[in-house]
Write a protein that binds this ligand. Sequence first.
Ligand code: SF4
Length: 349
Amino acid sequence: MLNLSHVRSVLSDCYDLAPSTEVAEATSDIYARMERVVTPPDWAIYAPYVKAINALKKERNAVILGHNYMTPEIFHGVSDYVGDSLQIAMKAQEVDAEVIVQAGVHFMAETTKILCPEKTVLMPDMEAGCSLAESITADGIDEMRAKYPGAPVVTYVNTTAEVKAASDICCTSSNALQIVNAMESDTVIMTPDQFLAQNVANQSHKNVVYWPGSCIVHEQYTAKDLQDFREWNPGTRLIAHPECPPDVVAEADFSGSTSGIIKYVTDEKPQKAMLITECSMASNIADELPEVDFVGPCNMCPYMKKISLEKILWVLHTGENEVLVDPDVGTKARASVQAMIDMSRKLGL
Ligand code: SF4
């Protein structure tokens, strides 16, 4: 675990990180991407970190991959590439950098390392896990294979390298349905998200059987929440991530992955929208869509929120928290992730 008082003391000796209106003004072009959701006093605090990180990235030949659930100062301030799990995984293969800092959770950093074994992959906080990734081990995959002999295993990317290595192909929430439908077998095993699997099953002709994992953010929403919200806020477009339970997805106006949600809101531009997913999604797209009023409750992912500008600066400064994957496991896991990427490209996703 990081000793934050030590981190702060070392960083403040090496960088000028005091809140600064001068640095805030000098970085106003970056701030313009988030001024609807970040206040000027907060930007005066973030700006010195953003300036230090962006300079250090050049020195270290590093890039930062930022997931859609990062807070705006990370998403807009220091990330070189942003997106959902699939977009980030595909981008990781293309980047021409020696070091990749994963602004996301641990399984995403492992996926990057699996796809780019020659690169140094750093995690700002090794404790940024995921309830889905923690819900299953490679033994769980063996158990499902024993129960459904011959059925292919389609595993969500929100899993450890060992679980990916034990699977036939990976999927993300943006391509899960198409990948399940493309399997030759009538019965398909999906792990570890029971709700994503049930939502896929509702749209697929396959017999989808699944592992009982769930996301602690999306499982909290109920259909009653959505019904109440619709009654209290008529005209609001309700948009749910497919990690939500099926009755929540059924109650929503649209369901899609984080990139699917962004596309939907960008295309439709509803007057009011409630994103039934992690909090930061709405914040990160609010400035690009000033005509949309993002309203409603907010569930935060405690794992994603472990990532901060301070921790990003620390790993860039020290090179600590390198993510390593056993080479044999990595080779097998890469085959599952690559199978997903190849199929996504083939299907034009
Ligand atoms: S939002 Fe859910 S699926 Fe995503 S990292 Fe957090 S716990 Fe895992």
